[in-house]
Design a protein around this ligand. Structure first.
Ligand code: BG6
Length: 478
């Protein structure tokens, strides 16, 4: 589908997110033929950072060269570049932006839709929204709001009040780019388009679930942001709980935004508030010496926790969530661990990695949702030979080589396109966000001290004990 004609305004156009994701993403959409027939992109920033149109185009070109999937060259780039203009805006001097939006609308012709993407720090947020309301620029417009949506329940409510004073909820697009990942969206198809998986997707057949997102990156110069935020808010409350919502939700009656988000909200309602005793907070050694970090900082760079969903489908099935900076590997995986058959009739082959542990032999279903993603089922087969004994086997599907990836959109690309279409299915809703802050509250109120871990490791040892008698799928079980 091709969106209506648009003027897209990018607040924070000189910032990191615009450079890494949004400008390359918009170009990718243009190359894939997914931008509107006619459109303009207006970059904006405070007057102190104002650029000329030419400077903005040069920056966009640099960004696409550094982070885009295709080089900014030839007629495609020229056509895209000609849609870029700049209009500075300060809360008390919005005139340059107003002028730039009017010019852009004239250039598009007719009455294009307006989409404002607020890639600005949370502190700048309210003043931009109020300015849009005051100047009339908000009229009929949609707004894309970047995370984090507050830092706790009260601040999230305050943020919503600010936004809702200017934009009705059906015009608010709260972005969580994990929901735009192809393989996360595919969890819906895997579950609800196949007769094979959904019948066993419940407490009768699943013993526990992992949502595991280790990262190798550190804080990448984002000390000011990270010190205030930490991994629990940055990754668990924001991204991993959203993935949990999709893994755990009931089948929606339809695929529209309301049905999907209603079902996700029900999971969040049933999610038990986090028990601080079932959380391991870690901090990598050396974090306190990073530029801009408090030498006594207690901010966590690692979290592993056990979550429980008190509903019919999931009671008694723990969901283990883990994410951290500077860990041994970058991965993004959901692993479902299935219960064992009632009787152990078969010996394991000698040397089988579970033989020594006497541990579990349940099947696994692994969804790797890092782009481009894959799915694998782990099961046991007879080892070829004269005796009946078991060894591991795997069935797998890889997006990279099994399906024609016609568009191959990244999370941000997919979501910006959806926002232009007005489809809120993959955006978060205020009731869901607020419930997640309620779930997070006990840990935010009473965090246990952080435990140090060596960079390049898998985090504090206590994170392993959290799963006992089981083991994390990574790195040992795969
Ligand atoms: C961001 C977090 O939202 O997501 C970062 O702020 C994190 O700390 C990133 O590294 C992970 O996203 P991706 O694109 O690597 O899946």
């Amino acid at each position: 589908p091709v969106p209506d004609d648009h003027v897209v305004v990018l607040f924070g156009a000189t910032g990191d997110l615009a450079r890494r994701k949004l400008l390359p993403g918009l170009y990718r959409l243009a190359r894939a033929g997914l931008m509107p027939r006619s459109y303009r992109i207006v970059g904006s920033a405070p007057a102190a950072d104002a650029l000329t149109d030419e400077e903005f185009r040069a920056r966009a070109k640099e960004a696409v060269a550094a982070f885009g999937s295709e080089p900014p060259a030839g007629e495609h780039w020229q056509a895209f570049e000609s849609t870029l203009t700049f209009g500075a805006a300060d809360p008390d001097d919005p005139e340059p932006l107003i002028g730039a939006v009017r010019d852009a609308e004239r250039a598009v012709g007719g009455s294009p839709r307006r989409l404002y993407h607020l890639a600005v720090p949370p502190q700048a947020f309210a003043s931009v929204v109020e300015m849009l309301g005051r100047t009339g620029l908000a009229q009929g417009a949609r707004v894309v709001v970047e995370k984090p949506f507050g830092t706790d329940l009260d601040s999230a409510k305050a943020l919503d009040a600010t936004v809702h004073a200017v934009f009705d909820e059906d015009r608010v697009f709260r972005i969580d780019h994990f929901l735009g990942k192809e393989s996360v969206d595919n969890i819906l198809a895997l579950r609800f388009a196949n007769g094979l998986f959904e019948p066993v997707w419940n407490r009768d057949h699943i013993s526990h679930v992992e949502i595991d997102v280790p990262e190798t990156l550190g804080i990448e110069g984002r000390a000011a942001f990270f010190e205030e935020t930490g991994t629990f808010r940055d990754m668990i409350v924001t991204h991993l709980f959203q993935v949990l919502g999709i893994v755990a939700m009931e089948p929606p009656a339809a695929l529209d935004a309301k049905s999907l988000r209603d079902e996700k909200a029900k999971v969040f309602q049933a999610l038990r508030p986090v028990d601080p005793d079932l959380v391991v907070r870690g901090q990598y050694e050396g974090y306190r010496a990073e530029p801009g970090v408090d030498p006594h900082s207690d901010t966590e760079t690692f979290v592993a926790l056990r979550a429980e969903i008190d509903n019919w489908r999931w009671t008694g099935v723990p969901f283990y969530l883990r994410s951290g900076k500077r860990l041994a590997e970058r991965r993004q995986v959901v692993t479902l661990h299935f219960t064992e058959p009632p009787l152990r009739m078969f010996p394991l082959a000698p040397g089988h990695r579970h033989a020594a542990r006497g541990g579990r032999r349940g099947n696994t279903l692994v969804v790797d949702f890092d782009d481009p993603g894959w799915i694998a089922a782990g099961f046991l087969v007879k080892e070829p030979g004269p005796t009946m004994r078991l060894t591991d086997a795997r069935m797998s599907f890889k997006y990279a080589d099994s399906v024609q990836r016609r568009y191959g959109l990244e999370g941000y690309e997919r979501l910006v396109h959806d926002a232009m279409l007005g489809d809120q299915s993959l955006f978060t809703r205020s009731d869901g966000i607020e419930r997640l802050w309620e779930v997070a509250a006990p840990l935010l109120r009473a965090p246990r001290p952080v435990e140090p871990y060596a960079p390049g490791s898998w985090g504090p040892a206590a994170a392993g004990e959290l799963l006992a008698p089981h083991h994390w799928f990574l790195p040992d079980e795969r």
